[in-house]
Design a protein around this ligand. Structure first.
Ligand code: ZN
Length: 136
């Protein structure tokens, strides 16, 4: 089994934002020479996340962010964390910091409407995404 690890940066533009990173992940997979296996997309941050959802209609990421904002407002009585970004930490843990996607015949085995998103919850910032491809 071969393992390849790559990383790239994402520049976010607003406090809450979902950025489609499917094409970057797809190009690392095609450069890896691995035909069948899997890829882990991971972000090493406590106020950001990685998720898979619909990337055809931009209303979908908009509505996800709107829902998260309603569930976890920026300011809330009872938050103790002095940085003032407790909502972002909660969103990061709720969504999770990685996704695993299968690779079949040199391609990401995603559904027709699925894309991989980097989720910013405390931007704008420069962020890192780590991609690990495993297989043969
Ligand atoms: Zn914090």
């Amino acid at each position: 089994m071969k393992i390849v690890q790559e990383e790239f940066r994402v520049s976010t533009k607003s406090r809450n934002q979902m950025i489609d990173i499917t094409s970057q992940v797809r190009s690392f997979v095609s450069q890896s020479g691995i035909s069948n296996g899997d890829v882990i997309v991971y972000c090493p941050h406590t106020t950001a996340a990685i998720t898979i959802n619909e990337n055809a209609d931009p209303s979908v990421p908009h509505d996800i962010l709107l829902t998260l904002e309603e569930l976890l407002p920026h300011h809330r009585p009872g938050y103790r964390h002095s940085e003032g970004n407790s909502d972002a930490h909660c969103k990061s843990s709720l969504i999770g910091c990685s996704e695993q996607i299968l690779i079949k015949d040199k391609s990401l085995n995603l559904g027709t409407w699925q894309g991989i998103f980097f989720c910013e919850f405390d931007g704008p910032r420069s962020r890192k995404v780590i991609v690990q491809i495993r297989g043969e």
